[in-house]
Design a protein around this ligand. Structure first.
Ligand SMILES: CC(C)(COP(=O)(O)OP(=O)(O)OC[C@H]1O[C@@H](n2cnc3c(N)ncnc32)[C@H](O)[C@@H]1OP(=O)(O)O)[C@@H](O)C(=O)NCCC(=O)NCCS
Length: 158
């Protein structure tokens, strides 16, 4: 069937085509650039994403500074619940370092991580180059969303 009917409806097929593959949209998830993300919400997300010991070296004591000193926080929420976060350091001009990308385990594989990276890139500015250091488990994800890797450093720079 035509996935893009011209009458504005989606018929009975509510999938969307991204150009790579067919995806179910992450329904009811809202995305935003937030200035302050509460520490307790962030801590819950860190745990839900699998990082039960908090921040390397600093544990949970490091979390408030991590959030406060970031220059870009893009969130994904299911209602009020924080289910995803992209934490970045950027000049919003030429470079954007993604320092953390987290999606709650029960919300993974629904396109939220991809969307958070896309929105981070958009908020950082069209000419900013993304750069990040990936953990081993996430390399397939970064590859899948079109970044290029050199070792465990990934960038969208040419
Ligand atoms: C890595 C992470 C952010 C991905 O978020 P997500 O919301 O599950 O990813 P998406 O649903 O947007 O996935 C986009 C695509 O990548 C694929 N993908 C997701 N995680 C993957 C993985 N670990 N390995 C391979 N492919 C993966 C998805 O299947 C999807 O593929 P598609 O284009 O065929 O549909 C999430 O798994 C997470 O928070 N992990 C724990 C924290 C972490 O490791 N963060 C990365 C730190 S460097």
């Amino acid at each position: 069937m035509d996935p893009w009917p011209h009458d504005g409806s989606r018929g009975d097929d509510n999938r969307v085509q991204t150009g790579v593959a067919w995806h179910m949209p992450a329904k009811a998830i809202t995305y935003a650039v937030e200035r302050d993300v509460p520490d307790d919400e962030a801590r819950r997300l860190w745990i839900a994403a699998g990082f039960t010991d908090g921040i390397p070296v600093y544990g949970w004591d490091g979390l408030p500074a991590l959030l406060a000193n970031s220059t870009l926080l893009v969130t994904a929420r299911d209602g009020a619940k924080l289910v995803g976060l992209c934490r970045a350091l950027t000049d919003r001009l030429v470079v954007c370092h993604i320092a953390d990308l987290l999606v709650d385990g029960t919300y993974q594989r629904r396109g939220i991580g991809r969307e958070l990276v896309a929105r981070t890139r958009a908020a950082a500015g069209e000419h900013a180059e993304l750069i990040l250091v990936s953990n081993e488990e996430a390399t397939g994800f970064y590859e899948r969303i079109g970044l290029r890797g050199v070792g465990n450093v990934w960038t969208d720079a040419d």
